[in-house]
Design a binder for this molecule. Sequence first.
Ligand code: IMP
Ligand code: MG
Length: 168
Amino acid sequence: MEVLIPTDRIRDRVAELAAEVTRAYAGRPVTVVGVLNGCVVFLADLIRGVDLPLRVAFLTASSYRGEATTAGVLVIRDELLPDLADRDVLLVDDILDTGKTLTRVVARLLDKGARSVKVAVLLRKEGRQEVPFEPDFVAFSIPDRFVVGYGLDYNDEYRHLPFVGVLQ
Ligand code: IMP
Ligand code: MG
């Protein structure tokens, strides 16, 4: 495994991001919504650095591939979310790749009555976006390589690695 972002760099940068989030909301309460399963490690570290009144909730978003030639169908499951009416939501995900997932999830949260939705991602892959989407908080931009660790998986494995690495 090639280490792309070592553990101590992640720790320092996530702490900076948590301070940015704290400043952005200026004391207002925030509902952090994590996109399972990839968000878990990043979210757990991020929220411990945020100094705001804060709630945590989760949804899942998964792409299922049908015919080999058609795009994956994104299935969002949000039945565990609390009432988001008039809440300021910070959506947290592991990686912004094509942008399709986050675009759809933001629309869903606004549909459910959230007053605002900001987005924090650990990683943003350069040159991969297919839909225009600007996240509010990005920890690292990375080249177009398949990465695992710190929440990111390959076949549901490797999420627990404390660094971001490239599978050989
Ligand atoms: P998007 O809809 O193309 O932006 O897809 C984002 C989702 O694809 C992420 O939430 C990840 O689950 C997955 N993904 C994209 N790139 C990688 C990667 O390099 N490693 C692991 N998962 C990835
Ligand atoms: Mg994901």
